[in-house]
Design a protein around this ligand. Structure first.
Ligand SMILES: [Zn+2]
Length: 226
């Protein structure tokens, strides 16, 4: 019993420090044994239990629909990126213009969920690549960011998953991503620091070189006026 609680405390601390264990999302072998509809039914029961345990009266009109609403939101929206079927199709085009410079898609809106507290992570992702002959539609980068964001996440892992996926799709190592995000578990509870944000970066291939990295950072700083 004593050892169990020591281990639990260690994991609690690990979560509060936002340390991740792997670059792959830790999924169970039977992660997709249940259909989405079956998951919604089960999660609805679980949410009911949580709210009732907290002492809430679920016969109240305002609370009546909450378990079902939360279950649907988990499965169909904020955690839908767990399902491989939801991954954006990875079609690329030939780079007809022979554009061999850096392409940056910046200020991509990012909504994710901290896997340690199940509270929102809100911020921006900036993604760049240098084409080796293949290009993707611009919105594809936003979709890839959104897909991996719709999981219980750790920001470092999210950052790595976005880069690895684009490297695969574009068939090049020359991909980079910077994420600047606020974690509501830090901003609204715990230390309650509303101003702080977390910046992470992952640089592949040429982006490991100082000059390329600097060019990317300068592009991100450009003010977009229109
Ligand atoms: Zn957290």
């Amino acid at each position: 019993m004593k050892i169990d609680s020591a281990i639990e405390e260690q994991f609690d601390q690990m979560g509060d420090d936002h340390i991740s264990s792997s670059e792959d999302t830790p999924l169970r072998d039977n992660a997709f044994a249940l259909s989405d509809d079956e998951k919604i039914v089960k999660i609805k029961e679980n949410v009911t239990q949580i709210l009732e345990t907290l002492g809430l009266d679920l016969t109240d009109d305002s609370l009546k629909g909450t378990p079902n609403r939360v279950a649907k939101m988990f499965v169909n929206e904020i955690f839908s990126g767990l399902h491989p079927d939801k991954k954006p199709k990875s079609s690329t085009f030939d780079n007809k213009y022979k554009y061999g410079e850096m392409l940056v898609e910046k200020n991509i809106t990012l909504y994710s969920t901290c896997e340690h507290h199940l509270l929102p992570i809100v911020g921006r992702a900036h993604v760049a690549y240098i084409s080796n002959g293949n290009v993707v539609g611009l919105s594809k980068m936003n979709r890839i960011v959104d897909y991996f964001a719709k999981r219980p996440q750790v920001q470092e892992r999210l950052n790595i998953q976005i880069v690895r996926e684009l490297q695969k799709v574009l068939n090049t190592e020359d991909v980079a991503c910077i994420i600047d995000a606020k974690h509501l578990c830090v901003n609204s509870r715990g230390i309650r620091d509303i101003e702080s944000s977390t910046v992470t970066a992952e640089y592949g291939g040429k982006f490991k070189e100082e000059a390329t990295r600097r060019e990317f950072l300068n592009f991100i700083k450009l003010e977009t006026k229109f």
